[in-house]
Design a protein. Structure first.
Lengths: 195, 160
């Protein structure tokens, strides 16, 4: 007996207790879309922001995140030698919704990700820039509607450590571990993000 | 194409139950997840390329819902796995040992092993269902098998 046959025999003992009656079940369903009990956070959530510096003229420019929108951290020294940091957001949406489908469009892509996000999954995309930094973008839905999407972006430097990220439209669900954003947690677990 | 929901229930309910159980380790949660997955299909207008495409979609929905069910605050007290295993009719003790050992592995290895060994999916299809890379699937299968071998070897040594 090979491994497949052994496994199948062992797990074939699993059976549902009763056959599902979909018609009966649908009759008893209330006529509203199930929504998560959530709190929506629209502001950017910045996580553990540190970055390598790229000298640009007199300022030190830290480019943290990619695609068309950036978080740019400008760092400069004032007259008394203090380091001043200012953060600029130029975030653009990584997806577009058209005719009931969602397309991932960051970094010049155009991928239909509807089936992934509408089945409860988290879409993930990575790319590397010329400095050897890896960008990870996560997209997920906070409810059953495509318009409820949230997204997050994280950066890993060439030294192979996750440096920071930001997340938008995070909706929290109460769980045994506290309040979590389910799609974001899935993505973070997948990539072993430290936050 | 679309298939009649009742036909899909007849054909795939137990298989989806096995997949859901391999994730959430509780029979009642697994049943709820499977019911929700069939309702999602029934309510959806999505067109599919083939029956295989429908099955893969159902598995993907089921696995994702099962993962979320594991994290839910409203989750009721689960049946201890040993108690549930007592109610199952294994052909032999080795089957029960394999079952319990697989169920003791981390969730991500269990899911990959289940799709590979129970559903006979190749690495490429598992990657699509789980929305991860093929190399990630191979790593999970390899590590899952290694852990299985280790645990089964230890159990045999203890019993000798």
């Amino acid at each position: 007996m090979n491994e497949h046959e052994r496994y199948k025999r062992a797990f074939s003992v699993l059976h549902a207790s009763a056959k599902i009656d979909l018609e009966a079940e649908m009759k008893h369903r209330p006529n509203y879309k199930k929504r998560l009990a959530t709190v929506s956070v629209c502001a950017a959530l910045i996580l553990a922001l540190t970055a390598s510096a790229f000298a640009v003229g007199g300022d030190t420019l830290k480019r943290l995140l990619g695609w068309d929108g950036h978080i740019e951290v400008h760092e400069y020294e004032n007259e008394i030698g203090e380091t001043i940091e200012s953060i600029h957001y130029g975030i653009s949406e990584p997806v577009r919704i058209e005719d009931g489908r969602m397309y991932f469009i960051a970094n010049g892509e155009d991928e239909d990700i509807t089936d992934i996000v509408t089945t409860g999954g988290t879409y993930s995309y990575t790319y590397e820039d010329e400095n050897g930094c890896t960008y990870l973008i996560l997209v997920g839905l906070n409810s059953t509607e495509l318009e409820s999407y949230g997204y997050a972006e994280f950066i890993r430097t060439s030294e192979d450590s996750w440096r920071g990220g930001h997340a938008h439209n995070i909706a929290y669900t109460k769980t045994a571990e506290g309040e979590v954003c389910l799609w974001l947690e899935q993505g973070k677990e997948e990539y072993n993000l430290p936050w | 194409m679309r298939m009649d929901s009742a036909v899909l229930v007849e054909k795939y309910q137990d298989r989806l139950f096995a997949a859901a159980f391999s994730v959430c380790k509780d029979p009642q949660d697994a049943e709820d997840v499977v019911q929700e997955s069939f309702i999602a299909y029934h309510s959806s207008k999505k067109e599919f390329e083939s029956e295989e495409h429908i099955k893969a979609w159902l598995l993907r929905v089921t696995i994702n819902r099962a993962k979320n069910a594991c994290r839910a605050l409203w989750r009721r007290a689960t049946v201890p796995l040993e108690d549930y295993a007592d109610s199952l009719e294994f052909e032999c003790s080795a089957d029960r040992e394999l079952f319990e050992t697989v169920m003791s592995l981390p969730e991500k290895y269990r899911i990959a092993l289940h799709l590979y060994y129970f559903e006979d999916y190749p690495v490429k299809e598992i990657a699509k269902i789980l929305s991860i890379s093929e190399s990630n699937v191979k790593v999970r299968l390899s590590r899952g098998r290694a852990m299985l071998k280790e645990i089964l070897k230890e159990d045999r040594a203890e019993n000798e």
